[in-house]
Design a protein around this ligand. Structure first.
Ligand code: GLY
Length: 390
Protein backbone atom coordinates (compact mmCIF):
# COMPACT_ATOMS: atom_id res chain seq x y z
CA UNK A 1 0.00 0.00 0.00
CA UNK A 2 1.37 3.41 -0.96
CA UNK A 3 1.09 5.32 2.31
CA UNK A 4 2.69 8.41 3.84
CA UNK A 5 2.72 9.48 7.47
CA UNK A 6 3.19 13.12 8.48
CA UNK A 7 3.87 13.79 12.17
CA UNK A 8 2.24 16.93 13.57
CA UNK A 9 3.77 18.37 16.75
CA UNK A 10 1.81 21.16 18.42
CA UNK A 11 1.82 22.82 21.82
CA UNK A 12 -1.57 21.10 22.38
CA UNK A 13 -0.41 17.56 21.49
CA UNK A 14 1.19 15.46 18.78
CA UNK A 15 -0.50 13.19 16.24
CA UNK A 16 -0.05 11.38 12.95
CA UNK A 17 -1.66 12.16 9.61
CA UNK A 18 -1.95 8.94 7.61
CA UNK A 19 -2.33 9.50 3.85
CA UNK A 20 -2.92 6.60 1.46
CA UNK A 21 -5.31 4.39 -0.46
CA UNK A 22 -7.64 2.20 1.64
CA UNK A 23 -6.33 3.53 4.97
CA UNK A 24 -9.87 3.94 6.39
CA UNK A 25 -9.96 0.13 6.68
CA UNK A 26 -7.41 0.25 9.51
CA UNK A 27 -8.82 3.30 11.30
CA UNK A 28 -9.78 1.34 14.44
CA UNK A 29 -6.29 0.01 15.19
CA UNK A 30 -4.74 3.41 14.39
CA UNK A 31 -7.25 5.04 16.79
CA UNK A 32 -6.55 2.47 19.52
CA UNK A 33 -2.80 3.17 19.08
CA UNK A 34 -3.38 6.92 19.39
CA UNK A 35 -5.67 6.54 22.42
CA UNK A 36 -3.56 3.90 24.13
CA UNK A 37 -6.62 1.66 24.50
CA UNK A 38 -9.34 0.06 22.35
CA UNK A 39 -12.39 2.36 22.47
CA UNK A 40 -15.59 0.98 24.03
CA UNK A 41 -17.83 3.45 22.18
CA UNK A 42 -17.31 5.44 19.01
CA UNK A 43 -19.52 8.30 17.82
CA UNK A 44 -19.24 8.94 14.09
CA UNK A 45 -20.39 12.30 12.72
CA UNK A 46 -20.85 11.51 9.04
CA UNK A 47 -21.26 13.89 6.14
CA UNK A 48 -24.52 13.17 4.27
CA UNK A 49 -22.54 13.49 1.02
CA UNK A 50 -20.11 10.67 1.83
CA UNK A 51 -20.82 7.28 0.17
CA UNK A 52 -22.30 4.53 2.37
CA UNK A 53 -19.24 2.37 1.57
CA UNK A 54 -17.07 4.79 3.58
CA UNK A 55 -19.48 4.66 6.56
CA UNK A 56 -19.32 0.86 6.32
CA UNK A 57 -15.49 0.80 6.22
CA UNK A 58 -15.28 2.87 9.43
CA UNK A 59 -18.12 1.05 11.24
CA UNK A 60 -16.73 -2.41 10.34
CA UNK A 61 -13.23 -1.45 11.41
CA UNK A 62 -14.39 -0.35 14.90
CA UNK A 63 -16.94 -3.16 15.26
CA UNK A 64 -14.14 -5.68 14.60
CA UNK A 65 -12.35 -4.20 17.62
CA UNK A 66 -15.49 -4.74 19.75
CA UNK A 67 -16.60 -1.08 20.00
CA UNK A 68 -20.26 -0.04 19.93
CA UNK A 69 -20.64 2.43 17.08
CA UNK A 70 -23.23 5.23 16.62
CA UNK A 71 -23.56 7.19 13.41
CA UNK A 72 -25.02 10.71 13.29
CA UNK A 73 -25.46 12.16 9.79
CA UNK A 74 -25.21 15.93 9.17
CA UNK A 75 -25.68 18.02 6.03
CA UNK A 76 -22.50 19.65 4.66
CA UNK A 77 -23.75 23.20 4.07
CA UNK A 78 -22.64 26.52 5.58
CA UNK A 79 -26.24 27.06 6.82
CA UNK A 80 -26.08 23.72 8.62
CA UNK A 81 -22.69 24.54 10.17
CA UNK A 82 -24.70 26.00 13.00
CA UNK A 83 -25.33 26.06 16.74
CA UNK A 84 -28.47 23.95 16.05
CA UNK A 85 -26.47 21.21 14.31
CA UNK A 86 -23.92 21.33 17.13
CA UNK A 87 -26.69 20.93 19.70
CA UNK A 88 -28.11 17.97 17.76
CA UNK A 89 -24.70 16.24 17.80
CA UNK A 90 -24.17 16.90 21.53
CA UNK A 91 -27.64 15.64 22.44
CA UNK A 92 -27.14 12.49 20.33
CA UNK A 93 -23.78 11.87 22.03
CA UNK A 94 -25.41 12.23 25.44
CA UNK A 95 -28.16 9.78 24.40
CA UNK A 96 -25.52 7.17 23.52
CA UNK A 97 -23.85 7.75 26.92
CA UNK A 98 -20.64 8.76 25.23
CA UNK A 99 -17.89 9.05 27.86
CA UNK A 100 -14.74 11.17 28.24
CA UNK A 101 -12.36 8.50 26.88
CA UNK A 102 -14.54 7.62 23.86
CA UNK A 103 -13.54 9.12 20.52
CA UNK A 104 -15.65 11.05 18.04
CA UNK A 105 -14.85 10.32 14.40
CA UNK A 106 -15.53 13.08 11.85
CA UNK A 107 -16.09 11.49 8.45
CA UNK A 108 -16.55 14.13 5.78
CA UNK A 109 -15.50 17.45 4.33
CA UNK A 110 -14.31 20.55 6.17
CA UNK A 111 -17.78 21.67 7.32
CA UNK A 112 -18.46 18.37 9.04
CA UNK A 113 -14.91 18.13 10.42
CA UNK A 114 -15.13 21.63 11.93
CA UNK A 115 -18.59 21.02 13.43
CA UNK A 116 -17.79 17.54 14.80
CA UNK A 117 -14.45 18.85 16.09
CA UNK A 118 -16.20 21.62 17.99
CA UNK A 119 -18.72 19.13 19.42
CA UNK A 120 -15.77 17.00 20.61
CA UNK A 121 -14.14 20.10 22.12
CA UNK A 122 -17.30 21.00 24.10
CA UNK A 123 -18.85 17.66 25.07
CA UNK A 124 -18.05 17.04 28.74
CA UNK A 125 -15.31 19.69 28.29
CA UNK A 126 -13.54 17.66 25.65
CA UNK A 127 -13.34 14.17 24.17
CA UNK A 128 -10.85 12.82 21.60
CA UNK A 129 -11.51 13.49 17.92
CA UNK A 130 -10.26 11.52 14.92
CA UNK A 131 -10.53 13.45 11.66
CA UNK A 132 -11.26 11.46 8.49
CA UNK A 133 -11.34 14.09 5.74
CA UNK A 134 -13.10 12.98 2.56
CA UNK A 135 -12.48 16.05 0.38
CA UNK A 136 -9.18 17.37 -0.93
CA UNK A 137 -9.78 20.67 0.90
CA UNK A 138 -10.26 18.94 4.23
CA UNK A 139 -7.25 16.66 3.61
CA UNK A 140 -4.78 19.46 2.82
CA UNK A 141 -6.10 22.02 5.29
CA UNK A 142 -9.19 21.80 7.50
CA UNK A 143 -8.55 18.42 9.19
CA UNK A 144 -5.08 19.40 10.44
CA UNK A 145 -4.25 22.02 13.07
CA UNK A 146 -7.18 21.77 15.47
CA UNK A 147 -9.33 24.73 14.41
CA UNK A 148 -12.97 23.81 15.04
CA UNK A 149 -16.01 26.07 14.75
CA UNK A 150 -19.56 26.70 13.63
CA UNK A 151 -21.01 29.78 11.94
CA UNK A 152 -23.08 32.32 13.86
CA UNK A 153 -26.25 33.90 12.48
CA UNK A 154 -26.31 37.54 13.70
CA UNK A 155 -29.26 39.85 12.95
CA UNK A 156 -28.07 42.60 10.58
CA UNK A 157 -29.22 46.25 10.49
CA UNK A 158 -32.35 45.21 8.54
CA UNK A 159 -33.05 42.38 11.00
CA UNK A 160 -32.15 39.65 8.48
CA UNK A 161 -29.55 37.21 9.80
CA UNK A 162 -25.97 37.58 8.55
CA UNK A 163 -23.77 34.51 8.72
CA UNK A 164 -20.47 35.14 10.54
CA UNK A 165 -18.09 32.42 9.38
CA UNK A 166 -16.48 30.22 12.06
CA UNK A 167 -17.33 32.80 14.73
CA UNK A 168 -17.86 30.34 17.57
CA UNK A 169 -15.24 27.66 18.05
CA UNK A 170 -12.26 26.25 19.88
CA UNK A 171 -8.80 24.88 19.27
CA UNK A 172 -9.08 21.12 19.67
CA UNK A 173 -6.33 19.05 18.07
CA UNK A 174 -7.26 15.63 16.68
CA UNK A 175 -5.54 12.54 18.08
CA UNK A 176 -5.23 11.15 14.54
CA UNK A 177 -6.03 12.17 10.95
CA UNK A 178 -6.79 9.48 8.35
CA UNK A 179 -6.87 10.77 4.75
CA UNK A 180 -7.98 7.95 2.46
CA UNK A 181 -7.47 9.09 -1.12
CA UNK A 182 -9.96 6.46 -2.33
CA UNK A 183 -12.54 9.05 -1.17
CA UNK A 184 -11.32 11.44 -3.85
CA UNK A 185 -12.29 9.12 -6.73
CA UNK A 186 -15.99 9.97 -6.21
CA UNK A 187 -15.48 13.64 -5.34
CA UNK A 188 -17.00 16.03 -7.91
CA UNK A 189 -14.57 18.06 -10.03
CA UNK A 190 -15.95 21.23 -8.47
CA UNK A 191 -15.19 20.09 -4.90
CA UNK A 192 -11.82 18.73 -5.98
CA UNK A 193 -10.79 22.07 -7.50
CA UNK A 194 -11.82 23.81 -4.26
CA UNK A 195 -9.10 21.82 -2.48
CA UNK A 196 -6.58 23.02 -5.04
CA UNK A 197 -7.31 26.62 -3.95
CA UNK A 198 -5.87 25.86 -0.49
CA UNK A 199 -2.87 24.15 -2.16
CA UNK A 200 -2.24 27.33 -4.22
CA UNK A 201 -2.51 29.35 -0.99
CA UNK A 202 0.07 27.08 0.66
CA UNK A 203 2.38 27.52 -2.36
CA UNK A 204 2.16 31.30 -1.92
CA UNK A 205 3.50 31.11 1.68
CA UNK A 206 5.62 27.95 1.45
CA UNK A 207 9.04 29.58 1.89
CA UNK A 208 7.89 30.54 5.40
CA UNK A 209 7.93 26.78 6.14
CA UNK A 210 11.08 25.93 4.22
CA UNK A 211 9.45 24.48 1.07
CA UNK A 212 9.82 27.31 -1.45
CA UNK A 213 9.34 24.86 -4.37
CA UNK A 214 5.82 23.80 -3.32
CA UNK A 215 4.09 26.42 -5.52
CA UNK A 216 6.02 25.67 -8.74
CA UNK A 217 5.70 21.91 -8.08
CA UNK A 218 1.91 22.27 -7.59
CA UNK A 219 1.61 24.23 -10.85
CA UNK A 220 3.63 21.56 -12.74
CA UNK A 221 1.63 18.64 -11.35
CA UNK A 222 -1.87 20.16 -11.58
CA UNK A 223 -2.89 18.01 -14.56
CA UNK A 224 -1.86 14.76 -12.84
CA UNK A 225 -3.65 15.84 -9.66
CA UNK A 226 -6.84 16.75 -11.55
CA UNK A 227 -6.65 13.34 -13.28
CA UNK A 228 -6.59 11.91 -9.69
CA UNK A 229 -3.29 10.09 -10.17
CA UNK A 230 -2.85 8.29 -6.84
CA UNK A 231 0.88 8.85 -6.37
CA UNK A 232 0.52 12.56 -7.20
CA UNK A 233 -2.39 12.95 -4.78
CA UNK A 234 -0.50 11.28 -1.94
CA UNK A 235 2.52 13.54 -2.55
CA UNK A 236 0.30 16.63 -2.89
CA UNK A 237 -1.56 15.94 0.35
CA UNK A 238 1.53 14.89 2.34
CA UNK A 239 3.47 17.96 1.20
CA UNK A 240 0.63 20.38 2.01
CA UNK A 241 0.04 18.74 5.39
CA UNK A 242 3.77 18.92 6.16
CA UNK A 243 3.76 22.65 5.38
CA UNK A 244 0.74 23.24 7.58
CA UNK A 245 2.25 21.10 10.35
CA UNK A 246 5.42 23.23 10.35
CA UNK A 247 3.44 26.47 10.67
CA UNK A 248 0.98 25.13 13.25
CA UNK A 249 3.85 23.57 15.20
CA UNK A 250 5.43 27.02 15.51
CA UNK A 251 2.29 28.93 16.46
CA UNK A 252 -0.48 26.48 17.39
CA UNK A 253 -2.96 29.02 18.76
CA UNK A 254 -2.25 31.82 16.29
CA UNK A 255 -0.74 34.16 18.86
CA UNK A 256 2.30 35.26 16.81
CA UNK A 257 1.17 38.70 15.55
CA UNK A 258 3.15 38.67 12.31
CA UNK A 259 4.67 35.56 10.85
CA UNK A 260 2.94 32.55 12.40
CA UNK A 261 -0.30 30.68 11.78
CA UNK A 262 -2.07 33.84 10.71
CA UNK A 263 -0.26 33.46 7.35
CA UNK A 264 -2.57 30.52 6.61
CA UNK A 265 -5.35 33.11 6.35
CA UNK A 266 -3.95 34.50 3.10
CA UNK A 267 -6.95 35.39 0.92
CA UNK A 268 -9.44 34.41 3.62
CA UNK A 269 -10.50 37.89 4.81
CA UNK A 270 -11.74 38.68 1.29
CA UNK A 271 -13.11 35.12 0.96
CA UNK A 272 -15.10 35.17 4.21
CA UNK A 273 -16.74 38.45 3.20
CA UNK A 274 -17.97 37.19 -0.18
CA UNK A 275 -18.67 33.54 0.64
CA UNK A 276 -22.03 34.16 2.37
CA UNK A 277 -23.38 36.23 -0.59
CA UNK A 278 -25.89 33.71 -1.81
CA UNK A 279 -26.33 34.72 -5.43
CA UNK A 280 -22.62 34.57 -6.38
CA UNK A 281 -21.56 31.78 -8.73
CA UNK A 282 -18.11 30.60 -9.88
CA UNK A 283 -19.00 30.65 -13.58
CA UNK A 284 -21.98 33.00 -14.05
CA UNK A 285 -24.46 30.07 -14.04
CA UNK A 286 -27.10 30.84 -11.40
CA UNK A 287 -27.64 27.10 -10.89
CA UNK A 288 -24.13 26.94 -9.38
CA UNK A 289 -24.76 29.53 -6.63
CA UNK A 290 -23.59 29.94 -3.92
CA UNK A 291 -19.79 29.91 -4.11
CA UNK A 292 -18.04 27.02 -2.39
CA UNK A 293 -15.35 27.89 0.19
CA UNK A 294 -12.45 27.02 -2.15
CA UNK A 295 -13.92 29.24 -4.89
CA UNK A 296 -14.19 32.16 -2.47
CA UNK A 297 -10.59 31.47 -1.37
CA UNK A 298 -9.48 31.54 -5.02
CA UNK A 299 -11.11 34.96 -5.46
CA UNK A 300 -9.61 36.04 -2.12
CA UNK A 301 -6.11 35.00 -3.24
CA UNK A 302 -6.54 36.95 -6.48
CA UNK A 303 -7.68 40.03 -4.51
CA UNK A 304 -4.85 39.70 -1.96
CA UNK A 305 -2.25 39.43 -4.74
CA UNK A 306 -3.70 42.52 -6.44
CA UNK A 307 -3.76 44.47 -3.16
CA UNK A 308 -0.11 43.56 -2.45
CA UNK A 309 0.96 44.64 -5.95
CA UNK A 310 -0.87 47.98 -5.61
CA UNK A 311 0.73 48.61 -2.22
CA UNK A 312 4.18 47.74 -3.61
CA UNK A 313 4.68 44.76 -1.27
CA UNK A 314 5.60 42.53 -4.20
CA UNK A 315 6.07 42.85 -7.93
CA UNK A 316 3.32 42.10 -10.45
CA UNK A 317 4.79 38.68 -11.33
CA UNK A 318 3.45 37.30 -8.01
CA UNK A 319 -0.09 38.32 -8.95
CA UNK A 320 0.40 37.00 -12.49
CA UNK A 321 1.63 33.60 -11.28
CA UNK A 322 -1.16 33.28 -8.72
CA UNK A 323 -3.84 34.06 -11.33
CA UNK A 324 -2.24 31.69 -13.86
CA UNK A 325 -2.19 28.76 -11.41
CA UNK A 326 -5.73 29.42 -10.15
CA UNK A 327 -7.07 29.55 -13.72
CA UNK A 328 -5.14 26.37 -14.64
CA UNK A 329 -6.76 24.70 -11.61
CA UNK A 330 -10.19 25.67 -13.01
CA UNK A 331 -10.86 28.15 -10.21
CA UNK A 332 -12.53 31.58 -10.52
CA UNK A 333 -10.42 34.75 -10.30
CA UNK A 334 -13.34 37.04 -11.17
CA UNK A 335 -17.02 36.96 -10.21
CA UNK A 336 -20.21 38.58 -11.58
CA UNK A 337 -22.69 40.60 -9.52
CA UNK A 338 -20.50 41.45 -6.53
CA UNK A 339 -22.31 43.91 -4.23
CA UNK A 340 -20.98 47.45 -3.70
CA UNK A 341 -17.32 47.68 -2.74
CA UNK A 342 -18.23 49.59 0.45
CA UNK A 343 -20.56 46.76 1.47
CA UNK A 344 -17.77 44.21 1.03
CA UNK A 345 -15.27 46.32 2.98
CA UNK A 346 -17.85 46.49 5.77
CA UNK A 347 -18.28 42.70 5.66
CA UNK A 348 -14.47 42.32 5.84
CA UNK A 349 -14.54 44.41 9.02
CA UNK A 350 -16.61 41.61 10.61
CA UNK A 351 -13.70 39.20 10.12
CA UNK A 352 -12.42 37.50 13.29
CA UNK A 353 -8.98 39.02 12.74
CA UNK A 354 -10.24 42.62 12.91
CA UNK A 355 -8.65 44.47 15.81
CA UNK A 356 -9.76 47.93 17.03
CA UNK A 357 -12.09 48.17 14.00
CA UNK A 358 -9.03 48.11 11.71
CA UNK A 359 -8.56 45.59 8.94
CA UNK A 360 -5.69 43.12 9.20
CA UNK A 361 -4.74 41.45 5.94
CA UNK A 362 -2.23 38.77 5.06
CA UNK A 363 -0.60 39.77 1.77
CA UNK A 364 2.14 38.25 -0.41
CA UNK A 365 5.53 39.98 -0.16
CA UNK A 366 7.49 37.89 -2.67
CA UNK A 367 7.76 34.40 -4.12
CA UNK A 368 6.23 31.97 -1.56
CA UNK A 369 6.35 34.64 1.18
CA UNK A 370 3.62 36.62 2.97
CA UNK A 371 3.13 38.93 5.98
CA UNK A 372 0.28 40.30 8.07
CA UNK A 373 -0.43 44.02 7.47
CA UNK A 374 -2.41 46.15 9.92
CA UNK A 375 -4.81 48.76 8.60
CA UNK A 376 -3.80 48.59 4.91
CA UNK A 377 -4.58 51.60 2.71
CA UNK A 378 -8.32 51.35 2.11
CA UNK A 379 -8.06 52.47 -1.53
CA UNK A 380 -5.84 49.47 -2.25
CA UNK A 381 -8.38 47.18 -0.56
CA UNK A 382 -11.18 48.72 -2.64
CA UNK A 383 -9.10 48.32 -5.81
CA UNK A 384 -8.46 44.67 -4.94
CA UNK A 385 -12.20 44.03 -4.60
CA UNK A 386 -12.84 45.76 -7.92
CA UNK A 387 -10.10 43.65 -9.55
CA UNK A 388 -12.17 40.47 -9.03
CA UNK A 389 -15.36 41.91 -10.59
CA UNK A 390 -16.19 40.13 -13.87
N1 GLY B 1 -7.06 27.20 7.77
C1 GLY B 1 -6.28 28.10 8.52
C2 GLY B 1 -5.71 27.50 9.76
O1 GLY B 1 -5.91 26.32 10.01
O2 GLY B 1 -5.07 28.18 10.52
Amino acid sequence: MNERIVNVRTSDGNYRVVVGTGVLGSIATATADALGHAPARVFIVADAGVPESAHAAVIDSFAALGASVHVHVVRPSERDKSIETLEGILAAMARTRHERADPVVALGGGIVGDTAGFAAACYRRGVPIVQCPTTLLAMVDASVGGKTAVNLAVPGADGAPELRKNFVGAFHQPILVVADIAMLSTLSDRHFRCGLAECVKHGMIAAEAGDDQLGPWTARTLDAAIARDAATLIELIARNVALKATIVGRDTRETDPAGGRVLLNLGHTFAHAIEPIHHLTPDGDAAHAPLHHGEAVSLGLAAAAHCATTLGHCDASIEFQALETLVAAGLPTKVCDLPDTAWIVDAMLHDKKVSGDKLRLVLPIGPARARLFNDPLIDAVRGAIDSIRA
